[in-house]
Design a protein around this ligand. Structure first.
Ligand code: MN
Ligand code: MN
Length: 463
């Protein structure tokens, strides 16, 4: 090697495709980890189902529901189920709580179509449901694909009906219809954001009329009758329901080399699952207390009692510190957080959305984002150089494949995560996440190696 090359090796920042730096065994480990991840994706298509599945996995590892009246001791494993829609999972370390906690935060809600409170109608002798989309979607992507219906209905007598229709291969599915191209000359002149408008995201749910002599709404009546016979609900019960329309397809391998995963809802279950597993797979009692936080409502601004702007995390720290006379804010101020949310991977077809020095690529590992936000970093948590350095050292020392990026080129757009709301609690916080292709589409793509390296990065962080 000539001296110029040696000098370049010494001085230049170099990145390499992780598939080239990992052993065959490590790639096989990544593939095997992702089989568990795909099962998690299929089991959890809504925030509620993700909480249920995460609780099941945690309980299998000895975690029990948190009881604020019980003082926690080193090694104790607890979870706090917040209204069935967000979750705190915690392992108490041997250090005193005022040494803080290592927090891994991700969100379990994903963009989707929510059923309106008064949704059911008949038009042209077809039965339909009105929807209101949730999160940032390209509406046209949700037409003409098989859709499933998930959620809960609370009846007038407060009894709960849990719904998941369209996942079993023998289940019916649902659909948003679209206009045939032959007659779409006017539709195709609409701006892309209005090719399908919000009030056109209507779900087709039936077509056979109730067989009587009554004149109007006989298809609607037939559907209402089926819903009553099958679920014991009437039209008014939609008032107190949370029903979510999600793609009906399952997580699949992508590519001849099976190196990638395609699935609905990878933003942000692709960070939630590795974070949870890193905690559950940690065998010994840790020195520092470990926390996984799975939040709801990130896609609509982290609002509400189950979103990261809510107080549940603060209250949890208040409660675990109280028996020791340690204030929750004292624990938080000494804590560190990896706020895990997906990054935008460079798509070769749309590469100019990125600035190539500061862009994320598939198979280059989890992306560390010092800041997110839009315009002049608006709305972001801009992590300090000191904390960035700590994380950098942790990942390098553990031989993790990782990269850094911004979310696209400056002024093109942007986005936020839960990081800002955790940082506001006086917690050193930085964004990390798996790069994703087709983010927020009904079928999002990640690399298996990136998912696995993210899991390993969490494991190194909480050690
Ligand atoms: Mn996200
Ligand atoms: Mn998102």
């Amino acid at each position: 090697m000539d001296s110029v090359q040696e000098l370049k090796n010494k001085l230049f920042f170099q990145k390499e495709n992780g598939c080239l730096t990992r052993t065959e065994q490590e790639l096989a480990d990544a593939d095997s980890f992702c089989n568990d991840y795909k099962a998690f994706l299929d089991a959890g298509k809504t925030e509620r189902e993700c909480v249920t599945e995460a609780v099941r996995l945690a309980e299998a590892k000895g975690y029990v529901p948190y009881d604020p009246s019980v003082k926690l001791n080193p090694g104790d494993k607890v979870y706090l189920n917040n209204r069935g829609k967000s979750l705190v999972v915690c392992r108490i370390g041997s250090d005193p709580l005022d040494k803080g906690a290592m927090i891994m935060a991700a969100h379990i809600d994903s963009p989707r179509l929510d059923i309106k409170q008064v949704p059911l109608y008949e038009d042209k002798e077809l039965a339909m449901l009105k929807t209101h989309y949730y999160g940032g979607i390209k509406k046209y992507q949700w037409t003409a694909i098989p859709l499933a219906l998930h959620g809960v209905i609370i009846r007038r007598d407060m009894s709960v009906v849990t719904v998941a229709i369209g996942e079993d291969e023998f289940d019916p599915v649902f659909c948003v219809t679209d206009l045939l191209p032959h007659l779409a000359a006017e539709q195709m002149k609409r701006p892309a954001g209005e090719i399908i408008k919000g009030e056109e995201l209507n779900i087709l749910i039936g077509s056979r009329p109730f067989r009587t002599d009554e004149k109007s709404d006989r298809v609607k009546l037939n559907i209402a009758n089926i819903l009553f016979e099958k679920y014991g609900i009437t039209e008014a019960d939609f008032l107190s329901a949370e029903l979510e329309i999600v793609p009906a397809f399952k997580a699949r391998d992508i590519g001849f080399d099976r190196s990638m995963i395609g699935s609905y809802g990878q933003d942000d279950r692709v960070c939630s699952f590795p974070a949870l597993r890193a905690l559950l797979d940690h065998e010994d009692v840790p020195a520092t207390t470990q926390v996984v936080l799975l939040a709801d409502k990130e896609e609509i601004g982290s609002c509400g009692a189950t979103g990261m702007k809510g107080a549940f995390l603060r209250y949890f720290f208040d409660n675990i510190g109280a028996p020791y006379g340690i204030a929750g804010h004292t624990i938080l101020s000494a804590s560190k957080c990896l706020s895990a949310d997906v990054g935008a991977a460079v798509d070769p077809t749309f590469a100019d959305a990125h600035e190539k020095l500061n862009a994320a690529y598939l198979n280059y590992g989890p992306v560390i984002m010092k800041f997110t936000g839009s315009r002049g970093k608006g709305g972001s948590n801009d992590a300090s150089a000191e904390f960035m350095a700590e994380v950098r050292k942790t990942l390098d020392d553990a031989n993790i494949v990782w990269q850094t990026s911004e979310l696209g080129r400056v002024d093109l757009g942007g986005g936020g995560t839960v990081a800002a709301y955790i940082a506001e609690l006086d917690v050193d916080t930085i964004d990390i996440g798996v790069p994703v292709l087709s983010m927020h589409a009904p079928f999002e793509i990640t690399s298996k190696l990136d998912v696995y390296e993210t899991y390993r990065a969490f494991g190194a962080f909480i050690k």
